[in-house]
Design a protein around this ligand. Structure first.
Ligand SMILES: Nc1ncnc2c1ncn2[C@@H]1O[C@H](COP(=O)(O)OP(=O)(O)O)[C@@H](O)[C@H]1O
Ligand SMILES: [Mg+2]
Length: 409
């Protein structure tokens, strides 16, 4: 799959601009604070349904403007498609697919697939469990639409159950029946979601082993598995998972009343990552954890290809300059036959790679558009008209709500 063209109007610091991209490596180059990450942010919105760095959608609207627009034209193995998004300052965000309004954000997730890699992801091994859960949730959502629906349902039941757990003793006695109903629902959804996570992690484990082995020349063996209070082994059946989640919720009710929140379920689970049998979350060196993070991102791309038959688009935000020479060379040797859109403020050496586009960005504008080192066109602008319409609140994407549930200290 590849992203052919992206257009922006009043998006972050980009007033009105478009980029044409090639199906190989696209280097978005420029000094700091010129809008390079803004461009990747605008592309990734279509993969994830929301920005990867804005807290609120309206942050994406250019200062002193009322609305922002981004449009992406991509080609997959079947067809060419257009996705659009309009963001209004009153809080509405609306997606379009081939110019037809989409009712729920989740309806477009999975159409355009991308793997995002930014410097902060290099810390995924040692970060808090919520960061690893988010990695899983974002990756699986792009491949299995039902996953998002289940997360949304889980989140809403969790919220209602937590509300009861926060009540004082007198109030809560009337809610006993409904509380046990919510517990059963959570246990059942937890079993389904954990099952999908376990399937994904088996593939992740396989691919991470392959990439890590190549990088480390077979000296160290990683292992990735799903860590859940309700799980004893990877062969566990759905029924058994459900029963265990359910028992945990039943048996710890007093503890949960004390804390005023649900303490067991998929919102507390984690990815266990080991190297040579030692828990990498606690014992890996910086070099090992960076290599693992890199292997996980590459693996994410391979799994996406296994599910869909084609590579997703790889978005590398300032990440090459963060890597040492060996890892940088390794990653560049792996990205052929894939579309990569990467940003950098340093000049990078792509002499060995044929299909490279260089795009220079300054103050949210394209300076020159060069293809294979030849200047082929100057800046042009797109027609900036917005369709007048009422903005309703679209459903917002649920992943953050789930994965950002507080980690245990
Ligand atoms: N909503 C906004 N409206 C206008 N400018 C913005 C908005 N949000 C961020 N910016 C500007 O975008 C620039 C940062 O863009 P970014 O893509 O992060 O830079 P970089 O090129 O370093 O990746 C900053 O100058 C910032 O002030
Ligand atoms: Mg940046």
């Amino acid at each position: 799959m590849y992203c052919k063209r992206i257009e922006f109007i009043n998006f972050r610091n980009i007033e009105n601009e478009f980029l044409e991209l090639c199906d190989g490596i696209n280097v978005i180059h420029g000094e700091n604070a010129q809008g390079k990450t803004n461009i990747l942010e605008g592309i990734y919105i279509f993969a994830r349904g929301k920005s990867f760095r804005a807290f609120k959608d309206r942050e994406l609207i250019r200062f002193n403007c009322d609305e922002a627009m981004a449009k992406l034209i991509y080609e997959d193995k079947n067809s060419e498609n257009e996705l659009g998004v309009e963001i209004h300052k009153t809080g509405g965000k609306r997606f379009y697919k081939n110019r037809v309004k989409v009712n729920k954000t989740s309806e477009i997730i999975g159409d355009f697939r991308a793997v995002l890699f930014c410097p902060s992801h290099l810390g995924i091994i040692k970060d808090s469990p919520s960061v690893r859960r988010r990695f899983l949730d974002v990756a699986i959502s792009q491949l299995r639409p039902i996953y998002i629906k289940m997360l949304a349902k889980y989140n809403s039941v969790l919220e209602q159950r937590n509300a009861i757990l926060k009540m004082d003793q007198n109030q809560r006695s009337q809610y006993e029946e409904i509380l046990s109903h919510y517990s059963e629902e959570l246990a059942s959804l937890s079993a389904d979601i954990a099952g999908m996570r376990i399937d994904y992690i088996k593939k992740l484990d396989y691919w991470v082993k392959c990439f890590f082995d190549e990088m480390m020349k077979g000296r160290e063996i990683p292992k990735i598995s799903y860590e859940a209070n309700a799980k004893e082994n990877d062969q566990e059946s759905r029924e058994s998972l459900k029963n265990k989640y359910s028992c945990l919720l039943k048996d710890n009710l007093e503890k949960e009343f004390k804390s005023g929140s649900t303490l067991y379920g998929i919102h507390k689970d984690d990815l266990k990552i080991e190297i040579n049998g030692k828990d990498a979350r606690f014992y890996s060196s910086q070099g090992q954890s960076r290599s693992l993070a890199l292997a996980m991102k590459m693996a994410e791309g391979e799994i996406s290809k296994e599910y869909t038959g084609e590579y997703p688009v790889f978005l590398f935000d300032d990440v090459l300059s963060e890597l040492d020479e060996n890892r940088r060379k390794y990653i560049l040797s792996k990205i052929e036959k894939r579309q990569v859109i990467l940003t950098s403020c340093e000049p990078l050496d792509f002499n060995e790679i044929k299909n490279v586009n260089f795009i220079e960005i300054k103050d949210g504008k394209r300076e020159l558009f060069k293809a294979s080192n030849e200047i082929i066109e100057k800046i042009d602008t797109v027609d900036g008209s917005f369709e007048e319409d009422n903005f309703e609140n679209s459903d917002d994407f649920i992943i953050d709500n789930i994965s950002q549930n507080e980690d245990e200290e």
